[in-house]
Ligand binder design. Structure first.
Ligand SMILES: Nc1ncnc2c1ncn2[C@@H]1O[C@H](COP(=O)(O)OP(=O)(O)OP(=O)(O)O)[C@@H](O)[C@H]1O
Length: 305
């Protein structure tokens, strides 16, 4: 049986007549990473704020660990960590002391929890270094360490890689995957960095103008995005002729630079390559490529034809 740790049913939110969310329904399974995708103003932060209890829905129901109602949600939120706005970090303190402050604020008793969560996020050796001297990536990871203090089962991260450099992004990806795989946390994260999200999330939730356009798994996405072989060669016209007459396919498009995107023979590259060689076609590029999550998303919201 599927274990849902969070279920949102027909959540709507309006601000003075402006509909920021409209009948948003999702169910999150334990241990999975969910990527929330949407343009600026799509409603991602609004949705996360409602789940975290920082804002109230105009209508709809929220279940945490199968329980609804104010008391149950309050209890459920103790099992949830969220980093929605900038993490509240005191620059003049080191990582340990920052965590100690949050530990007291949250009424957490666990001894040495500060060091334990610092090790998890890879900041175990920062010692006396003050938070104001941390890189942005380190600050984000300290923010996540704060959310981990109460051993949450659900983690919500709004734009955790925003502003990070490539190595900071890669570290964040590894951390998120580790939290899901080793600690069975359910993670809901939003990002504008769709190539990155594609590598991190198991499931995608695509939101547009306050509504869910589509939810799909990583595997389904991979089946739906077109794979093709990109071919550059010395004789483009002859290549097209060979594809049609000897390989019996019309399933390709010729690009303005005369290269060809071939949507067949993905699993028969040897046969393709042999046939081209037999016809003296000199291939300079022969690469399997796939459309990106970004293109898929843009097509879905009608951004590109
Ligand atoms: N407190 C508020 N009062 C009025 N309108 C609001 C309020 N909070 C959000 N909105 C509006 O609701 C819509 C959704 O905003 P939200 O911040 O949830 O979008 P988002 O998907 O998180 O965007 P971004 O990617 O820019 O963070 C926007 O049009 C925003 O202007």
């Amino acid at each position: 049986m599927t274990t849902y740790v969070l279920e949102a049913k027909n959540i709507s939110k309006s601000y003075h007549g402006f509909q920021a969310l409209e009948n948003v329904s999702i169910s999150l399974e334990k241990g999975k990473v969910y990527g929330l995708i949407g343009q600026n103003g799509a409603g991602k932060t609004t949705f996360m704020r409602i789940i975290a209890g920082l804002s109230f829905p105009t209508s709809g129901e929220l279940y945490l660990f199968h329980q609804s109602g104010q008391k149950a949600l309050q209890a459920g939120r103790k099992q949830m960590g969220s980093m929605i706005e900038n993490p509240s970090i005191l620059g003049n303190m080191n990582a340990q002391d920052n965590l100690h402050v949050h530990k007291i604020l949250k009424g957490i008793k666990e001894e040495n929890v500060e060091q334990r969560v610092l090790e998890i996020v890879g900041l175990g050796h920062t010692g006396k270094k003050k938070a104001k001297d941390f890189s942005l990536g380190m600050r984000q990871r300290l923010g996540i360490a704060i959310t981990l203090l109460g051993n949450p089962e659900i983690l919500m991260l709004d734009e955790p890689v925003n502003g990070l450099d490539p190595s900071g992004i890669a570290e964040m990806r590894q951390l998120i995957k580790k939290l899901a795989a080793n600690y069975h946390m359910t993670i809901l994260l939003s990002s504008h960095h769709l190539a990155e999200l594609h590598q991190t999330a198991d499931e995608f939730i695509i939101v547009n103008e306050g509504k869910i356009l589509k939810t799909l798994s990583h595997d389904t996405l991979d089946q739906q995005i077109d794979k093709h072989i990109l071919i550059h060669c010395n004789e483009p016209e002859k290549l097209q002729e060979v594809l049609r007459e000897y390989l019996h396919t019309e399933n390709f498009i010729v690009q303005p630079d005369q290269s060809v995107k071939l949507y067949d023979f993905i699993d028969k590259k040897e046969e393709l390559s042999r046939t081209l060689i037999e016809h003296d076609i000199i291939v300079t590029t022969f690469a399997t490529q796939e459309e990106t999550l970004e293109n898929y998303y843009l097509q879905l919201i009608g951004g590109v034809s």
